[in-house]
Design a protein around this ligand. Structure first.
Ligand code: TRP
Length: 434
């Protein structure tokens, strides 16, 4: 047991840690391809609106629950009402399930980084990727390697591990991203890329797009699974939640936009469809890198950047579960980390095999990997978020002041928290099931 509960050593460390949790594959990988698929600018504006006025509400609520309880997710909810303990565990299960497919992608990133660093760049990535991903041994080893790379930090503790990792990796990530975005803007497709991102095409506006934007907003901010709550529980007492939340949203959105600015000019310089889908960063982009000047450096930088983004998110996923395991199973931090890692490694194996020997093993018509993505993104995230809003809004008296401060804005957000926002997420849930 840890004697005293850890606390971030500065406000900047707190912000960097939450930004580290939020900024991940969701920004660099998911955001650009979803935006491409849903018509660029129209998606972007919808997304910005939703994130600033809707998703800010559960974000503040989660941070406030962490700050007020100073506990892990499970204990925080059982403090409100012992009957809510099960819900706390549901949040933890959600984050563990997410890590069981997220870490597979982490393994792929390691492989690509290796290819570029060692200058073993394949001729044809559209042939290379499916062969690589369908392997049985290498992708499993890489997934486990990525898992270990994330687990060492929570293993060492909040201050010595997690805080240090974020303090180093996040500023470097920002630097690399800006460099790569500037490079992209010098390419011939820059104008077209920017136009695609920022010029709205209103014919693309429909309900599927709005639902997707909401889902993306939850995923990218790590809301709805206790991750933000856990990081919030280490914040200092005088931290202002609403203000910190807008800072977090600002950074997260900036990274998503810069990722778009980095990716779309390249995409348009080669005349590839911007809607290429999840394979964009593992097939089309690396293929284009290899034809550009400084191919090796470009590819290596790009994959280090994504690696940092993924590792800092992976750390946060693990820490959410670890914090709850320490408190509720009476484990030491080190033991909890090892047990959790072994569990995730085992469940990740069928996820890896979804691209190879288990690609015909379908659950509700989906591979194991897609099934995990589906139940977490479409069902558990909106469900948990709705419950978090309702619990915080109706059962925790002091939430209004803690989460939103005082004054008219606070009244509006508090009203949204209790009524409209949970309703929206229930609608998202029902729509996602149909
Ligand atoms: N926000 C992360 C991203 O954009 C993904 C994520 C979802 C996450 N849930 C999380 C990260 C929980 C840490 C903890 O990639």
């Amino acid at each position: 047991m840890e004697e005293k509960r850890a606390e971030w050593s500065s406000h900047i460390s707190f912000i960097l840690a939450t930004v580290g949790s939020a900024v991940g594959l969701g920004n660099v990988w998911r955001f650009p391809y979803i935006m491409g698929k849903y018509g660029g600018a129209v998606f972007l504006f919808t997304y910005l609106f939703l994130i600033a006025f809707i998703c800010i509400v559960p974000l503040c609520a989660e941070l406030a629950l962490g700050k007020m309880s100073r506990k892990d997710t499970v204990s925080a909810f059982s403090l409100i009402n012992p009957k809510l303990k099960g819900f706390g565990w549901l949040c933890v299960i959600t984050v563990v399930l997410i890590s069981c497919f997220y870490f597979v992608v982490g393994g792929w990133i390691l492989q690509y980084l290796w290819l570029f660093i060692t200058n073993n760049i394949p001729e044809n990535f559209s042939q290379y990727f499916p062969v690589f991903a369908s392997g049985t041994v290498v992708p499993v080893i890489l997934t486990i390697l990525f898992l270990i790379l994330c687990a060492v930090f929570p293993f060492r503790g909040v201050n010595k591990g997690i805080e240090k990792a974020n303090n180093i990796m996040m500023p470097l990530l920002a630097l690399m991203l800006v460099l790569l975005a500037i490079y992209s803007l010098t390419l011939p497709g820059a104008k077209e890329g920017l136009e695609f991102m920022f010029k709205p095409d209103f014919s693309k506006f429909d309900s599927t797009m709005v639902l997707t934007a909401l889902g993306q907003a939850l995923f990218t901010l790590s809301i709805g699974m206790g991750a933000i709550l856990t990081y919030g529980s280490y914040m200092k007492k005088d931290t202002k939640i609403l203000k910190s939340s807008y800072t977090l949203i600002g950074f997260d959105t900036t990274v998503s936009l810069l990722s778009g600015i980095m990716i779309f000019p390249i995409v348009f310089s080669f005349g590839v469809e911007p809607t290429a889908g999840p394979t964009l960063i593992f097939i089309s982009l690396p293929e284009m890198f290899s034809q550009l000047p400084f191919a090796q450096a470009l590819g290596a930088l790009f994959f280090i950047l994504i690696l940092f983004a993924a590792v800092t998110s992976g750390i946060s996923m693990l820490e959410t579960a670890i914090a709850s395991m320490i408190e509720n199973f009476n484990l030491t931090r080190k033991k909890a980390t090892v047990i959790l890692s072994v569990f995730i490694a085992l469940v990740s194996i069928p996820s890896v095999f979804s691209f190879g020997i288990m690609k015909d093993f379908l659950i509700f018509g989906k591979t194991f990997f897609d099934f995990l993505d589906f139940i977490t993104s479409n069902i558990l995230l909106p469900l948990n978020t709705a419950i978090i809003c309702l619990v915080a809004g109706w059962l925790v008296k002091s939430i209004k002041k803690e989460a939103f401060g005082e004054g008219i804005i606070s009244n509006i957000f508090y009203f949204l928290l209790k009524t409209i926002v949970p309703l929206i997420f229930i609608i998202v849930l029902v729509a996602g099931l149909i």
